[in-house]
Design a protein around this ligand. Structure first.
Ligand code: AHG
Ligand code: MN
Ligand code: MN
Length: 332
């Protein structure tokens, strides 16, 4: 157990040294995202008390009902990042198009985020989270949509904040995965999980929404049958319905999270999860933690996106389980 209470800013500054080109602006950018998460955490933790629960009555670009906290979280992150001169623009699950900060002529980064993941769970007090992804602009001081349509491999950093029994930040800058727990009495994130790696001899967890079984193709069904019926050592099934919470548990305990291609929408089979601000940031983390992530065909981080809200099937967790999944999915 880490017995020195390393505060987040100190840790980032130390990490900072590994970034030859960042002039302290990267540290400030991460700190701004953290401030946003503290504000969101405060609202999430009292959501039951103030009139912030429930639906706003409008739909987002994904055609999903928008919860008030989704809006609040989105606005919070935009307000903070729009004041950071090093950020050229942001893209969010909750907005059809990116917002470009044209006047940030010194900008060097762009940020993509799912401001509140698992929002269908807000009203029932199940863990939810914020997921973020940071890219360096292709050209300092200039930003176009192409800055957002990047392979996940190009991420500079990614992470999530989990609003659960405690508020935890987990992020990577490509130098391992580190977890910080918010001490609400200090308002500071303190290092609690240094160098997280996904355990190999895992608790054998698989996470999938089993109710979609009828909408999967034959190979997917065979793959799920392996995890549910055929594995010599039985798995246990854990599925919360908040990607960030399911992912975090599997990261610490080991296992595989799956959101397969489903044929619910006959005319257009699709994955549900979004590549740019769900799959990519978590894929960077899982690779840094010794695991892997695929859409069933290729590594998530190698997918060249053509739309910001692009959806992909997602299989993410221990390499051993990903390999098994790939074997079935590709009919071998
Ligand atoms: P979001 O709340 O950001 O729209 O994400 C919800 C996602 C993800 O958090 C979760 O894994 C998945 O939806 C659950 O989907 P199903 O309810 O279809 O299983
Ligand atoms: Mn989400
Ligand atoms: Mn969301």
């Amino acid at each position: 157990m880490n017995n020195k209470a390393v505060q987040l800013q100190h840790y980032i500054l130390n990490e900072q040294k590994k970034f030859p080109y960042a002039k302290g602006d990267f540290t400030l950018l991460l700190s701004d995202i953290i401030i946003g998460s503290k504000i969101i955490s405060r609202e999430v933790n009292k959501a039951g008390l103030v009139e912030i629960l429930g639906l706003t009555g409008n739909e987002n670009i994904q055609g999903e009902q928008v919860q008030k906290l989704d809006d609040y979280s989105n606005d919070t992150l935009i307000n903070i990042l729009s004041q950071n001169q090093s950020v050229g623009g942001v893209a969010s699950e909750e907005m059809a198009d990116p917002i470009y900060f044209e006047d940030h002529t010194e900008a060097r980064y762009c940020v993509l985020f799912d401001p509140l993941d698992g929002s269908s769970n807000i009203d029932v007090n199940v863990s939810i989270g914020t997921i973020f992804s940071i890219y360096k602009l292709k050209k300092d001081g200039e930003i176009t949509e192409m800055d957002f349509l990047r392979k996940g491999r190009e991420q500079l950093a990614s992470g999530y904040i989990l609003y659960g029994s405690s508020t935890m930040l987990v992020f990577t800058t490509g130098e391992g995965v580190h977890g910080f727990t918010l001490d609400p009495s200090l308002g500071e994130f303190i290092l609690s999980h240094e160098n997280i790696t996904i355990p190999e001899n895992s608790k054998k967890i698989y996470s999938v929404n089993q109710a979609n079984y009828r909408f999967w193709d034959e190979n997917t069904k065979k793959m799920i049958d392996y995890f549910t019926k055929e594995a010599e050592k039985p798995f246990s099934s854990r599925y919360i319905g908040s990607l960030v919470a399911d992912f975090h548990r599997n990261l610490l305990y080991g296992g595989i999270f799956m959101y397969p291609l489903d044929y619910k929408l006959k005319e257009k089979p699709r994955g549900k999860l979004r590549l740019m601000y769900e799959a990519n940031p978590l894929a960077m983390i899982i690779e840094q933690a010794g695991g892997s992530a695929t859409n069933g065909k290729e590594n998530i981080l190698d997918i060249k996106p053509n739309m910001i809200h692009q959806r992909e099937p997602l299989y993410i967790g221990n390499k051993e389980y990903i390999d098994i999944a790939m074997k079935y999915l590709n009919g071998s």
